[in-house]
Design a protein around this ligand. Structure first.
Ligand SMILES: O=C(O)CCC(=O)C(=O)O
Ligand SMILES: [Fe+2]
Length: 323
């Protein structure tokens, strides 16, 4: 069986939501990834975000280090700081990241370098646009899952993903994979195989591929760059919420020959629910009644876990791995 990542057209969402929901359901039940095309984020807005990202990463390491990652996981991380596959990686990921906490109507909770400070309204607008795009995807999920109206219907997910609340945990991340040869790094994998943590991730890839997805649970396929598409994938919270119906699939970034001469940039918008939301299953007749035991499940009763407990557990594993 060959696997590929489906392309789903979100145009005219309000009239076509039933068809879109069906396609989304098929993608999430199988590969856990899909490309979203005809979304509402203008190309210039995405291009400008990449320009700001590059401007930041062009700064010296000393300068970037002034904005180092804080205990609540925002700010700058240099090469090898995060290790997404601690069981198999000898050293951390060969990438740099800058994580933004949600913006607060003109203010950022991060300590911002000049380039981001000067553009903070722009960055806030970009984050909010990503948020509303994510809400549309989550509405398609509610329709696909047939969540009853009296339980929240199409808004079941959106009421757990409000942007302007103190407990919001959404995260905009700028990534850079600096050019270099695989031999110097001594590992073909640049970002360890991992699943994402939250409900969904929106990924913007630019020019240089490298992402791979474990489509069949054993074989890796590449996730090529599809022009103007956002790559959407299911995260761990969503897998819990759907009792495993929606698959949070392993993915990684590998060295490709073009990485020797070109930096690779990507932008991820991690859609993570409000911290006090529970991981109890969504009210849906189409999900399994019993939750499977997930590899990352803690020993205690996971029904009682909040999103905050779960995300903290996952962050600790990749930033402070025990092995
Ligand atoms: O940079 C990429 O293409 C993927 C990044 C990713 O999977 C992540 O940060 O979770
Ligand atoms: Fe990821």
């Amino acid at each position: 069986m060959t696997y590929s990542i489906p392309i789903i057209d979100f145009s005219d969402f309000s009239n076509r939501s039933a068809i879109i929901a069906q396609e989304v359901l098929e993608a999430c039940e199988t590969i856990g990834f899909f490309y979203m095309i005809s979304h509402t984020i203008p190309k210039q807005q995405i291009d400008h975000a990449f320009e700001l990202s590059k401007e930041f990463y062009d700064l010296s390491y000393e300068e970037k280090s002034k904005y180092k990652i804080q205990s609540n996981f925002h700010g700058y991380s240099g090469l090898y700081v995060q290790r997404l596959d601690p069981k198999n990686q000898k050293q951390g990921d060969h990438k740099e990241t800058y994580d933004f906490l949600p913006f607060r109507k003109g203010e950022s909770l991060n300590l911002l370098p000049e380039v981001f400070l000067e553009n903070k309204d722009y960055l806030e607008n970009f984050a909010r646009t990503c948020h509303s795009t994510a809400i549309q995807v989550l509405q398609a999920f509610s329709i696909a899952l047939k969540i009853p109206e009296e339980e929240g219907g199409t808004e079941w997910f959106s009421v757990r993903h409000r942007y302007d609340v103190p407990l919001s945990s959404e995260l905009l991340r700028f990534l850079k994979y600096p050019k270099g040869a695989e031999e110097t790094y001594n590992d073909p994998v640049r970002t360890g195989a991992h699943t994402d943590y939250g409900s969904i991730t929106l990924l913007f890839q630019k020019d240089i591929p490298g992402l791979e997805v474990q489509a069949s649970r054993t074989d890796w396929i590449s996730a090529p760059i599809v022009k103007d598409a956002i790559l959407v994938n299911v995260g761990g919270v969503m897998e819990y919420w759907t009792n495993g119906l929606f698959k949070s699939t392993l993915h990684r970034v590998v060295f490709l020959p073009e990485h020797q001469t070109h930096d690779r940039y990507s932008i991820a918008y991690f859609v993570q629910p409000e911290k006090d939301a529970s991981l109890a299953a969504v009210p849906s007749s189409i999900i399994p009644e019993v939750r499977p035991v997930f590899e990352d499940a803690p020993k205690n009763d996971d029904q009682e876990m909040t999103v905050d407990d779960y995300l903290n557990m996952r962050y600790q594993q990749s930033y402070h791995p025990k092995n």
